[in-house]
Ligand binder design. Structure first.
Ligand SMILES: Cc1cc2nc3c(=O)[nH]c(=O)nc-3n(C[C@H](O)[C@H](O)[C@H](O)COP(=O)(O)O)c2cc1C
Length: 360
């Protein structure tokens, strides 16, 4: 039976344990460029023992940023600052990952500590785009409906972003198809009311994601893993469902996606979400079982025994932690000690799996 400190090999990459840093926007980039902040933020989680460190939602074009200070990979000048970070992460024995993203209709917002909501056009804001001209909420900008040509052009920007990610030294690539951003907004009937081949039926609503995933998988080396983050349910009447996520996951598996990172919500402000410990684990478990693909569980996972049990009960293959790793970058090392006491692994092994550095 697997446990949280058992390594996991996916294609040509081995994770030293099952603990992954969930992507987290830092609102600290300069024109999309990573800074010392990102080196320390991501680097310290690698030092702390996480197996996989996924950098925040990184925009494939400037208009695909959520906030003006988001990370980007739309230009070659973004590569060098990221290279410094991926090198450092690898030197700690961790795997550097990147989440490539387009914010869609949720673009052009203020940073959370500035109150969130729309960033008006005259304050460095820009025109968001989406499948349909339906705003996310009353305090968001009205998106412009994408034309077929624009859809194709954005997909090519995803491909270019993946090529730059490889040059920057990333070894794991995640496509962001969750949280109401562009891919997810195509999935959900609440945000997609198109009448062409990208709207209506299930097959049409997932077309943008399937096409994009196919193109980026081809541009990403066969020996490197790719995951897709899904909002597995909109938690809202008339919205995207777990049954649709299972069907989409089957299709993603067949085109070469290795793991589904199972999040939920954020596609509509009217969702009713029963937030609590493990509240999204059910999605990771259902997709793993029904679609036969590896999954990651995320959301309100904070305790070592809680996380270890999810892996042992085969509800998910890996655990993504966000806020708990902000609170404690050394969570994997601390968790190794706690899980050890309940017999999972011997203490030296636990430290080895959690944090053994591969410094030259
Ligand atoms: C500061 C912050 C930034 C986030 N940015 C992203 C992001 O860039 N991409 C993403 O998919 N999720 C993002 N999330 C969501 C987290 O990755 C995670 O799914 C969520 O916080 C639930 O996990 P937790 O309970 O361990 O925090 C962010 C969360 C936080 C707290």
């Amino acid at each position: 039976m697997p446990h949280m400190f058992e390594p996991l090999t996916v294609r040509g990459v081995t994770l030293r344990n099952r603990i992954c840093v969930s992507p987290m926007c830092q609102y600290s980039s300069v024109d999309g460029h990573a800074t010392d902040w990102h080196l320390v933020h991501l680097g310290s989680r690698a030092v702390g023992g996480a197996a996989l460190v996924i950098a925040e939602a990184t925009a494939v074009e400037p208009e695909g940023r959520i906030s003006f200070e988001d990370a980007g990979i739309w230009a070659d000048s973004h590569i060098e600052p990221l290279k410094r970070i991926t090198k450092f992460i690898e030197e700690q024995g961790s795997v550097p990952g990147i989440q490539i993203a387009h914010a869609g209709r949720k673009a052009s917002t203020k940073r959370p500590w500035e109150g969130g909501g729309k960033l008006p056009l005259d304050q460095n804001g820009w025109q968001p785009v989406g499948p349909s001209a339906i705003p996310f909420d009353t305090d968001y900008l009205m998106p412009r409906e994408l034309t077929l040509d624009e859809i194709g052009a954005i997909q090519e920007k995803f491909v270019a972003a993946v090529q730059r990610s490889l040059k920057a030294g990333f070894k794991w690539m995640e496509l962001h198809a969750a949280h109401g951003y562009l891919c997810h907004s195509f999935h959900s009937p609440l945000s997609n009311q198109r009448s062409d081949q990208y709207g209506g039926s299930f097959e049409n609503r997932v077309r943008f994601t399937i096409e994009t995933a196919t193109k980026v998988r081809k541009a990403w080396p066969q020996d490197l893993p790719m995951s897709v983050r899904l909002s597995c349910s909109d938690w809202a009447d008339g919205g995207w469902t777990i049954e649709e996520s299972i069907e989409l996951s089957k299709q993603l598996k067949s085109l070469g996606v290795d793991l589904i990172d199972c999040s939920s919500g954020a596609g509509t402000p009217h969702a009713k979400i029963p937030v609590g410990a493990n509240y999204q684990v059910q999605f990771a478990e259902a997709i793993k079982r029904e679609a036969g693909i590896m999954t990651g569980a995320v959301g309100m996972i904070t305790e070592p025994m809680q996380a270890d049990a999810i892996v042992r009960m085969e509800q998910a293959d890996v655990i993504f932690l966000a806020r708990e790793l902000l609170r404690d970058p050394y969570w994997p090392v601390h968790a190794a000690q706690i899980v050890h006491k309940s017999d999972a692994v011997s203490l030296p092994d636990a430290y080895h799996y959690a944090a053994y550095p591969k410094r030259k």
